[in-house]
Design a protein around this ligand. Structure first.
Ligand code: FE2
Length: 438
């Protein structure tokens, strides 16, 4: 790609009907969030932002159609370790909002860890639950030795610090690029399996982006008529946002500067990889503004931003469910042109990593037409902030006893019951430090 053509998967479309409207009307939080933003910023500013954002997305779409996934920057871990990534490349990474770093874990090491993980999962098959049920793909497994080894590899830690530094902040004793370790699950996806469970979505909450005063303040320029000035990397603006205002399985308490995964096997387009919308600023601006506008009755005019009506469709927030991630669909978010812009990450080998900004729309590849397992383990770049540290300490207390991390209590289980459980056998002191529990 360019050139990679694939059918759009049958991902859910978010459509407003009577039943949906009733759900949004019954919960006053949706109406309250919309009202608060309209009162604070006003129609004129919101409309100005809407028109600018839709116009910018036309250019974004043209760029992504032309370049395909070659727009996603690719670095090698040596570029990072030798501090030789140019400022120009960093600027481009920030603009695009996602990137690949190759060779983070040396291949022999990652191959050995994947073999260990497969054996551990096979031994404990009846006790490790996953999603979907059959075959499970995303495993509710958090504290296995292979995961802990990959999380604490020195090159991984150095990379996390480098990534945290793509954001900026004013001096604050509670804030730094020192990486914290947000513990997450692992995916082992068998070949020839379709997976529609994670269509286009944005992590780190949904309605809380509009409802939490600190969170929505981070998007003040987007609501205030100046979306072009929105800074996606301002940690001062984002560090106190409450991503867990409405707790739920799809939420994370911590702000991850970039979410990421480390490949345990080869993955490739249409072979169980990730799909990304490589322009974070305009995509998140559009998602934030969309509930304030309703489409023209004449569907032929739907791409004409000026034809949309201010006020939105009642209390509907398309794809927004309080206790889940923010979902998107091609019909509900037409100017994103997701069918053209949601691009597969390039082919990756075991030990390579991919990273995407906390506000980036992404999806798990619906297809896996390869012949081998496609496996990744979620390892994010998590900066030190007050909220993040507080979570880490709770996470450490749970995990030191073999229990799942607080954000994953619902699906996880007591891992001390798994045969071969070793807990923090690898790098115990480092695990402790990375969870702010020194
Ligand atoms: Fe996600």
């Amino acid at each position: 790609m360019p050139g990679l053509t694939t059918e759009w998967p049958p991902w859910k479309e978010y459509v407003l009907d009577k039943k949906v409207a009733e759900v949004y009307d019954a919960d006053g939080d949706y109406a309250a969030a919309k009202k608060a933003i309209i009162e604070e910023y006003g129609e004129e500013a919101l409309r100005k932002s809407w028109v600018k954002t839709c116009a910018a997305l036309e250019k974004v779409t043209a760029e992504l159609e032309e370049k395909g996934n070659e727009v996603i920057p690719i670095l090698s871990i040596q570029d990072v370790l030798s501090d030789s990534v140019s400022e120009e490349t960093k600027t481009e990474i920030r603009r695009v909002g996602c990137f690949v770093v190759r060779g983070v874990i040396p291949k022999p090491s990652v191959d050995a860890q994947f073999a260990n993980l497969k054996a551990f999962v096979a031994t404990n098959k009846s006790l490790i639950k996953g999603w979907p049920d059959n075959p499970p793909s995303i495993l509710n497994l958090y504290n296995s030795t292979p995961q802990n080894a990959l999380r604490t590899h020195p090159q991984q830690i150095a990379l996390m610090r480098w990534i945290n530094n793509l954001w900026h902040w004013t001096p604050d004793p509670d804030v730094s690029a020192d990486p914290l370790l947000y513990v997450d699950g692992v995916r082992i996806r068998p070949p020839k399996s379709q997976f529609l469970g994670l269509g286009p979505h944005v992590d780190a909450g949904s309605l809380c982006r509009w409802a939490d005063p600190d969170y929505r303040r981070a998007y003040g320029k987007v609501f205030g008529g100046l979306p072009e000035e929105h800074d996606c990397y301002d940690l001062d603006a984002r560090k106190d946002a409450n991503q867990m205002l409405y707790p739920g399985d799809g939420q994370s308490t911590v702000l991850r500067a970039f979410q990421g995964w480390t490949a345990l096997t080869r993955t490739a387009p249409r072979e169980g990889t990730i799909r990304l919308f490589p322009n974070v600023k305009w995509q998140i601006a559009y998602v934030l503004l969309r509930p304030f506008f309703s489409p023209p009755a004449d569907s032929a005019k739907v791409m004409d931003a000026e034809a949309w009506t201010f006020g939105g469709d009642g209390n509907w927030f398309p794809g927004t469910f309080k206790n889940d991630s923010q979902y998107l669909s091609s019909g509900s978010h037409p100017h994103l042109r997701l069918k053209e812009t949601l691009l597969h990450a390039p082919a990756m080998e075991a030990g390579d990593t991919v990273w995407w900004h906390a506000d980036m729309c992404h999806a798990v590849d619906a297809e896996h037409i390869g012949t081998e397992d496609a496996s990744v383990t979620y390892i994010a770049a998590t900066p030190t902030t007050r909220i993040n540290k507080e979570y880490m300490q709770r996470q450490y207390a749970k995990m030191a006893k073999g229990m799942p991390p607080p954000d994953f209590e619902h699906g996880g289980s007591d891992e001390t019951k798994l045969e071969g459980f070793e807990g923090f056998a690898i790098n115990p002191q480092l695990m402790k430090e990375l969870m702010a529990s020194v």
